[in-house]
Ligand binder design. Structure first.
Ligand SMILES: Cc1cc2nc3c(=O)[nH]c(=O)nc-3n(C[C@H](O)[C@H](O)[C@H](O)COP(=O)(O)O)c2cc1C
Length: 191
């Protein structure tokens, strides 16, 4: 089984990357093939509402001159999709939402490509806004017919500067348990 863990931060070596790698490592330890996909350095434009994906139904977006399709193909191939983002003014980053909105629209226009895939959000902020962003990403999972396991807490963590999240022991523990639950659930569903 394959897992893709998306890091929606533009910052190299940042807290989202740390948590995404930790989640991938735990999934790897549980026997899954886990890949971290960084949105950093990629261009993902916003949905233009052209509706082409609903007409062609060829599982593609009409915008071809950016990095969307490479990431979208990995999402389609995965059994597990985890979406990590830092909080920017109480919201997920623009690149995270551009990816999710286009992926979700193409998916829904092509018979729900993410149906019953497993996954969930991981969110990090310096001080506040984690719950809003967690909810924002959760809406994407649940409107896309996906299955989200819980953890020992919501998958949120605290960290300002790069690496700060390592001090948030409860945040790390929550991500670890989330990864364990993803692997456990994947094992049950694919037994
Ligand atoms: C543009 C911008 C907006 C931010 N907005 C918030 C915010 O609303 N709440 C908060 O607690 N931290 C906020 N932060 C801090 C980041 O969430 C925090 O530094 C986080 O660890 C960044 O994750 P990263 O290291 O993965 O990039 C903001 C940072 C930036 C650059």
């Amino acid at each position: 089984m394959k897992a893709v863990i998306i890091s929606g931060s533009p910052r190299k070596g940042g807290n989202t990357e740390t948590l995404a790698k930790r989640c991938a490592q735990k999934l790897g330890e549980a026997g899954l093939e886990a890949e971290v996909v960084q949105l950093r350095g990629k261009t993902i434009k916003g949905c233009t509402a052209c509706g082409t994906c609903r007409k062609t139904k060829d599982r593609t977006c009409s915008i071809k001159d950016d990095d969307f399709h490479g990431v979208f193909e990995k999402m389609q191939a995965a059994d597990i999709i985890v979406v990590g983002s830092p909080v920017y003014f109480g919201s997920a980053t623009p690149e995270t939402m551009a990816l999710l909105q286009r992926a979700g629209y193409v998916s829904r226009g092509n018979g729900n490509l993410f149906s019953r895939k497993i996954g969930g959000p991981i969110v990090v902020a310096r001080r506040a806004g984690q719950n809003f962003t967690y909810a924002q990403i959760m809406y994407w999972f649940t409107i896309n017919d996906m299955i989200v396991p819980g953890s020992s807490y919501w998958n949120i963590a605290f960290g300002g500067g790069p690496g700060d999240v390592e001090s948030d022991k409860e945040g790390l523990k929550t991500v670890d348990r989330f990864a364990e639950n993803l692997a456990w659930l994947a094992g049950k569903l694919h037994a």
